[in-house]
Design a binder for this molecule. Structure first.
Ligand code: KE4
Length: 427
C-alpha cells in the first residue's frame, strides 16, 4: 500500500499535536507503523489520503452503526446547520432526543446530554457521590470509562495498550477512593463492599466489556453486582457508551435483564457528532443542577446539530429488524474468521455480542483483563498489518472491539474472511 501522504501528514502532525493524534487510540502505538489519515468514508468503506479504500471495522470506534455518511443523517445535519449551529438556549431537538432516549433505555426516566462519553461518566460519578453522600467508587480492571481522573485507574482501551493504566497527573487522593476488582470476579467485588461498608457511592461497569476487547459478563455477574450494590445502598452505574444502542435499542441492560441506577451513553447517541448522556430515575436526577446540589454544565451540551444527527440515528435504529440484521452479520463474520484461524491452525478465539466482536490470538477463553493481556499481541499486530494490506481495517489495538454496521454487506463479510485467509498465509 502506498502511504506516502499519510506519512507526510503524520510527520507534520507530530510537530504540532502530541503523538500526531487527538486521541491515543488512533496512534497505532500498540501495532506499530504510521496511522493512516482518512479523508472520506461512505457505508462500510473508508479512503485514506493516498487513495487506499478499506473495509472499515473501527466505524469511528462505534458511532457509525448505520455505516458512514448515512444519507438521512447527513440530511438532518445539513438541515439543522443552516439554521445556525449553536444557540446556548434550549431547543425542541433536545426534547425530541430526550424522548427517544427515555423511551428506549429501561433505567432512564430523565436524561442530561453532554458532549462526550467521558463527560457522561464523570458526571454520573459525581451524581452517585452527590446522591449517596459517599466518596468511594468501584470500577473493574480493564474497564475504560473515558479519561476522568477517578476512572484512569486500571483502565482499558488505549490506556492499557500504552501501559499507563494509572495515568500520570491523577491526584493520589483522588485515585485512592477508586477501588478495583477483576471483571467477572463477583467474590472480589463483594469483599470490597464487606471491607468498606456504607462507603461506596457507586460501582461503574461496562455491562458488556469492550475495552479489553469484547468480554461478556459471565452468568450471574451483573445480577450479583445489582444485588450487592442494592444491599449496601450503593448505586450501580452501567457505562453503555459502547453497548448502548449497539447490542439493542435499549442497550445491554435491555437484553441482559439487569437494570442499573444510572446509565452512561455516548458514541451512537450522537450519530458521529459530539454527544454523551447520563440518565437515571427522576428521583436520582432531581439531584442535578439546577434542580439539586450536583453541578454539571456545558456550552455545547445538547447542541442542535448534534441532536439532529442523534435523533435520525435513533429513529433509524428503531425500525424493525435492525438488530437481527446486525447480529446476523456479526455472527457470519465471527464464524468466518474462526474458520479461517482453524484452517491456518492458528490458536484464536472470537468473542462476540451482536455486531461487536474481538479476535484474540490464544487457545484459552478470554474473560477478563488478565486473560486478554496474556494473548499473543505480537501476532495481533502482524495480523493487523497483513489484513490491512488485503484491504480490511480492523481496530489498531488488541483491546478494542471490531464494529459491524448496517452498511457492511454479505459481500463485505465474505471479502473480509477471504482477506483474513490471505493475511494468515502471509504471517
Ligand atoms: P469518549 O469521551 O471517548 O466519547 O468516551 C469515553 C468512553 C467511555 N466509556 C466507554 C465504555 C468507552 O469505550 C469510551 C471511549 N472508547 C474509546 C475506545 N474504546 C474511544 C476511542 C478513543 O479513545 O479515541
Amino acid at each position: 500500500m502506498d502511504t506516502t501522504r499519510s506519512q507526510e501528514l503524520f510527520d507534520r502532525a507530530r510537530e504540532l499535536i502530541p503523538g500526531g493524534v487527538n486521541s491515543p487510540a488512533r496512534s497505532w502505538t500498540s501495532v506499530g507503523g504510521t496511522p493512516l489519515f482518512f479523508n472520506r468514508a461512505e457505508g462500510s468503506r473508508v479512503w485514506d489520503e493516498d487513495g487506499n479504500e478499506l473495509i472499515d471495522y473501527v466505524c469511528s470506534w462505534g458511532p457509525m452503526i448505520l455505516g458512514h455518511a448515512h444519507p438521512a443523517v447527513l440530511k438532518a445535519v445539513q438541515s439543522a446547520a443552516i439554521n445556525g449551529t449553536s444557540f446556548g438556549a434550549p431547543t425542541a431537538a433536545e426534547v425530541r432526543m430526550a424522548e427517544l432516549v427515555v423511551s428506549a433505555v429501561p433505567s432512564i426516566e430523565m436524561v442530561r446530554f453532554v458532549s462526550s462519553g467521558t463527560e457522561a461518566t464523570m458526571s454520573a460519578l459525581r451524581l452517585a457521590r452527590a446522591y449517596t453522600g459517599r466518596n468511594k467508587i468501584i470500577k473493574l480492571i480493564g474497564g475504560y470509562h473515558g479519561h476522568d481522573d477517578a476512572l484512569l485507574v486500571s483502565a482499558g482501551s488505549a490506556a492499557a495498550g500504552h501501559g499507563i493504566a494509572d495515568s500520570a497527573g491523577v491526584h493520589p487522593d483522588y485515585a485512592r477512593d477508586t477501588l478495583v476488582a477483576p471483571y467477572n470476579d463477583l467474590a472480589t467485588v463483594e469483599k470490597l463492599f464487606a471491607d468498606n461498608p456504607g462507603q461506596i457511592a457507586g460501582l461503574i461497569v461496562e455491562p458488556i466489556a469492550g475495552n479489553m476487547g469484547v468480554v461478556r459478563p459471565v452468568e450471574g455477574f451483573l445480577e450479583g453486582l445489582r444485588s450487592t450494590t442494592e444491599k449496601d445502598g450503593a448505586l450501580l452505574l452501567f457505562d453503555e457508551v459502547i453497548s448502548g444502542f449497539r447490542v439493542a435499542l435499549g442497550g445491554a441492560q435491555s437484553i441482559l435483564g439487569v437494570t442499573p441506577d444510572i446509565t452512561c451513553l455516548g458514541k451512537i447517541v450522537g450519530g458521529g457528532l459530539p454527544v454523551g448522556a447520563y440518565g437515571a430515575s427522576t428521583e436520582i436526577m432531581n439531584t442535578v443542577a439546577p434542580l439539586g446540589p450536583m453541578y454539571q454544565a456545558g456550552t455545547l451540551s445538547g447542541n442542535p446539530v448534534a441532536m439532529a444527527a442523534g435523533i435520525t440515528m435513533l429513529e433509524e435504529l428503531a425500525k424493525p429488524g435492525v438488530y437481527e440484521e446486525l447480529d446476523r452479520k456479526g455472527a457470519a463474520l465471527a464464524k468466518g474468521l474462526s474458520e479461517a484461524f482453524a484452517e491456518a491452525e492458528v490458536p484464536a478465539v472470537v468473542n462476540r455480542v451482536g455486531s461487536l466482536l474481538t479476535v484474540f490470538f490464544t487457545g484459552d477463553p478470554v474473560t477478563d483483563m488478565d486473560s486478554a493481556s496474556a494473548t499473543d499481541r505480537d501476532r495481533f499486530a502482524k495480523f493487523f498489518h497483513a489484513i490491512l494490506e488485503e484491504g480490511v481495517y480492523p481496530p489498531p489495538s488488541q483491546f478494542e472491539a471490531w464494529f459491524v454496521s448496517m452498511a457492511h454487506t454479505d459481500q463485505d463479510i465474505a471479502d473480509t474472511i477471504a482477506a483474513a485467509k490471505r493475511a494468515l498465509a502471509r504471517i
